[in-house]
Design a protein around this ligand. Structure first.
Ligand code: TXA
Ligand code: MG
Length: 323
């Protein structure tokens, strides 16, 4: 146990409970990869389908290498450049990584989180830790310890408070296929396509999902109904003031909870889930959210737009100024 930790991870796991672990992106529900009982408990507590694979969190690059069959030079390079940090690498898995963790796939997702408490937990844990976001399936990911405690019983989950998450949306996920030297863009996050392209050798290529599709077919768990607030959410891309947009949409402003999001993409990501959570608890019946007009052309917004595309029930582009 280190001074950063109020709990002894091994003791928590021995008692049959999970740890809600703070990371820089969102809180994760953690269990050691070599504890099938606790890994199964994660799926059970979250209501998560078995077809949705888990990310393995590591405290060192050596631990990551121990989870894979192949560790190409590009994986080493990306790990050195972005770890600890909000980047998940999907690679051919080692035999000892269970099919339950990978949802039967031959690959495993790996990441080293950039949070002192997560790293302290990983350092003293008996093995690398699987950790999906610590939310119920399809619901908003938690960015504060209270968000986790509100959903899971302390008899099942030991919540370790590491303060509010700095990034606020889940990690960028890329798949590395060493056989074809292909990088697959599986989930956008704070680390952008440009950040990754800048690190790619000339003999690798980046494969994007087909236009109109949110993710490549081999990215299970990237389904539409994800990251949702409880109320219906309308997103409008417009220069007009938010309240004007939502008032004119129905003629009755009072039924809308209007969410102001910062115009800066990183700040918007940091506040997104918390803002949606508060809007869910507020009085109005529906949530309305305005995005700045340039967001679609700005790569910094890709992660937020991706989450909102899944969260929104309605999406409008109102580029014409009101007459
Ligand atoms: O920032 C994050 O990544 C957070 C924190 C806690 O680290 N974790 C997170 O986990 O977002 P989760 O379970 O909510 O999302 C993990 C996603 C899966 O839904 C799936 O799309 C993808 O990772 N994934 C996991 N293993 C994969 C694999 N072998 N191939 C393709 N995608 C995979
Ligand atoms: Mg999740």
């Amino acid at each position: 146990m280190t001074s950063l930790l109020s709990v002894d991870p091994a003791a928590v796991f021995d008692s049959g409970r999970l740890i809600a672990m703070p990371t820089e992106t969102v809180y994760g529900l953690a269990a050691p990869i070599n504890r099938p009982d606790l890994v199964a408990r994660i799926f059970e507590l979250k209501g998560r389908p078995a077809s949705n694979p888990l990310i393995v969190h590591v405290g060192s690059t050596e631990q990551a290498r121990g989870c894979v069959r192949e560790w190409p030079a590009l994986a080493q390079h990306l790990a050195e450049r972005f770890w600890p940090g909000p980047l998940t690498l999907v690679l051919p898995k080692a035999n000892h990584i269970s099919d339950v963790i990978t949802a039967g796939q031959g690959t495993v997702a790996l990441r080293m989180p950039d949070h002192p408490v997560a790293l302290a937990i990983l350092r003293v844990s008996p093995a690398p830790l699987v950790a999906p976001s610590a939310n119920l399936f399809t619901r908003l990911s938690p960015t504060r310890a209270e968000d986790v405690s509100a959903v899971f019983d302390s008899a099942d989950v030991e919540v370790v408070d590491g303060g509010p998450c700095r990034v606020g949306i889940e990690s960028t996920i890329i798949g590395l296929d060493p056989a074809t030297k292909t990088l697959r863009w599986l989930r956008p996050g704070l680390i952008s396509q440009a950040d990754i392209r800048a690190e790619m050798p000339a003999d690798w290529r980046l494969e994007l999902p087909p236009a109109g599709q949110e993710a490549a077919p081999d990215a299970p768990g990237q389904m539409r109904e994800h990251y949702r607030p409880i109320k219906s959410l309308t997103v409008v891309v417009s220069e007009r003031p938010a309240s004007a947009i939502f008032a004119s949409a129905t003629g009755e402003e009072a039924s809308w909870v209007v969410l102001p999001l910062p115009e800066d993409a990183a700040a918007a990501a940091r506040q997104l889930y918390q803002a949606l959570r508060q809007a869910d608890q507020a009085d109005g019946e529906r949530i309305g959210l305005r995005l700045p007009p340039g967001c679609r052309d700005d790569p910094a917004w890709e992660g937020v737009l991706n989450r909102l595309a899944k969260a929104a029930t309605d999406w409008r582009d109102e580029c014409d100024p009101v007459s």
